[in-house]
Design a protein around this ligand. Structure first.
Ligand code: NAP
Length: 336
C-alpha cells in the first residue's frame, strides 16, 4: 500500500516523540523524524531519523524534499532563555522550514503554536481562537511563537496550513511543565500561589498527538488556514490537578498559601540574579508564577467540530500515569 510521507520536526522532544509514536500506531504514513539529538533520534519509532538543526542554512530543504506533509513541533519551549535563542529556534527555523516546504511542493503544513500567546496575568476563561491577544506578549517564548504562527498563517494559499495551540502538555516524557513543578515541590516548600482557585485546561500529550494526526488528515476544505485550541476539554482547579499528580508521584503536596504579589516580586529578583549572576534558570519565573495563579481555560468546540477531535485519554488517567512514572523514576534514582 502506498504510504504518504510526513516529516516530523522536534521529534526528539516531548510532543514530537508522541506524534511519531501515534503515527506509527495508526499506520498509513511514512515518517521521517528530525531533531538535533541524534542519540535520542535513532531510538524513535519512525521509518528514518535525520539529525538536523533547522536554523542552519540548507537543512530544511534537504528534509522537506519528497515529503507530502510536515508536522512542525520543533521550538525552544521554555519559560526562560536568551532572546536570541528564542528567535533562532522559533522564528528563523520556522521561516526556513516554511520556505523549504513551499519549494518542495509539500501540501499540508501542521504548525504547533501555543496558547501562551493569549497569556496575561489576569483570569481568562473559555478562550476561543478569536479571543483578543494581549497588546504585549507575556514573554520571549510567547512573542517568538506568535511571530512564527503569523509567518505560517501568512503562507496559506501556498500550503494547506493548520495551526494547533495545545495547552499545558502532560505525559511521561514531559520536558517542560512537570519537571519544573517537581523541582519546585521536591524540598516540600511549595505553597499555593494566590487564592488557589485558578482553573486550567491540561492536555495529555497522547491527545495532542491525536490532534496532530487529525490536522494532518482532515479535509483541506474544513481545516486549511485555521487555528485550533487543543486541550483535554476537562477544565479543573489547577492546584487540585497538581496535587493529584504530586500525590501519585509520592512527592510533597503544597500546603499553605502565598499572595501572588509576593511571589511575583520574589520571581523578579531571582530572574535578575539568574540573568546577571548565576546564569541558571530561576526555580520560578514571573511567567511561571502567573501560570500558577491565574485561570486560563479554553473552548475546544472548533477542534471538535472541524477536526472531529475527541480526546481519548482522560485527565485523571493521564495524571495517574505520569505520577506513577515519576514515582518509579525516583525509586530508581534512590537505588543507584
Ligand atoms: N510542552 C508544552 O506544554 C507545550 C504547550 C504548548 C505548546 N507547546 C509547543 O509544542 C511544541 C513541542 O514542545 P515540547 O514540549 O515537545 O518541547 P521539547 O520537548 O523541548 O522539544 C523541542 C524540540 O525542538 C527541537 N529543536 C529546538 N530547536 C531546534 C532547531 N534549531 N533545529 C532542530 N530542532 C530543534 C528539539 O531538538 P533537540 O532536543 O534534539 O535539540 C526538540 O526535539 C513546541 O512548538 C511548543 O512551543 C508545548
Amino acid at each position: 500500500m502506498h504510504r504518504r510521507k510526513v516529516l516530523v520536526t522536534g521529534a526528539t522532544g516531548f510532543l514530537g516523540g508522541a506524534v511519531c509514536a501515534d503515527l506509527r500506531a495508526a499506520g498509513g504514513w511514512e515518517v521521517t523524524a528530525t531533531g538535533r539529538n541524534a542519540a535520542k533520534g535513532t531510538r524513535l519509532p519512525t521509518d528514518r531519523f535525520v539529525p538536523a538543526d533547522l536554523a542552519e542554512p540548507g537543512a530544511a530543504a534537504e528534509l522537506t524534499r519528497g515529503q507530502d506533509a510536515v508536522i512542525h513541533c520543533a521550538a525552544l519551549a521554555s519559560p526562560w532563555g536568551r532572546p536570541a535563542e528564542f528567535e533562532r529556534a522559533n522564528i528563523t527555523a520556522t521561516a526556513a522550514l516554511l520556505d523549504a516546504a513551499v519549494g518542495a511542493g509539500v501540501r499540508r503544513f501542521v504548525h504547533i503554536s501555543t496558547p501562551s500567546i493569549y497569556g496575561e496575568h489576569v483570569h481568562r476563561e473559555n478562550l476561543t481562537e478569536t479571543s483578543p491577544l494581549p497588546t504585549r506578549p507575556i514573554n520571549e517564548y510567547a512573542r517568538t511563537k506568535l511571530a512564527a504562527e503569523r509567518l505560517v498563517l501568512a503562507a496559506r494559499g501556498r500550503l494547506e496550513i493548520v495551526v494547533l495551540r495545545p495547552h499545558a502538555l502532560i505525559g511521561v516524557d514531559d520536558t517542560t511543565l512537570l519537571p519544573r513543578l517537581v523541582r519546585a515541590a521536591g524540598d516540600g516548600k511549595l505553597r499555593v500561589i494566590g487564592d488557589g482557585r485558578a482553573r486550567t485546561d491540561l492536555t495529555c500529550v497522547e491527545n495532542a498527538a491525536l490532534a496532530c494526526r487529525l490536522a494532518l488528515e482532515a479535509d483541506a476544505g474544513r481545516v486549511a488556514g485555521e487555528a485550533f485550541n487543543i486541550t483535554n476539554g476537562e477544565p479543573t482547579r489547577l492546584w487540585d490537578s497538581l496535587a493529584q499528580f504530586l500525590e501519585a508521584a509520592g512527592l510533597p503536596t503544597p500546603h499553605g498559601r502565598v499572595p501572588f504579589a509576593l511571589v511575583w516580586a520574589g520571581a523578579a529578583l531571582t530572574e535578575t540574579w539568574s540573568r546577571f549572576v548565576s546564569g541558571k534558570e530561576p526555580v520560578l519565573t514571573r511567567y511561571g508564577a502567573g501560570v500558577l495563579a491565574f485561570s486560563q481555560t479554553f473552548d475546544i468546540g472548533k477542534a471538535r467540530r472541524l477536526l472531529d477531535y475527541q480526546p481519548t485519554l482522560p485527565l485523571a488517567e493521564g495524571l495517574a500515569r505520569v505520577g506513577h512514572s515519576w514515582r518509579e523514576r525516583r525509586k530508581e534514582t534512590d537505588r543507584s
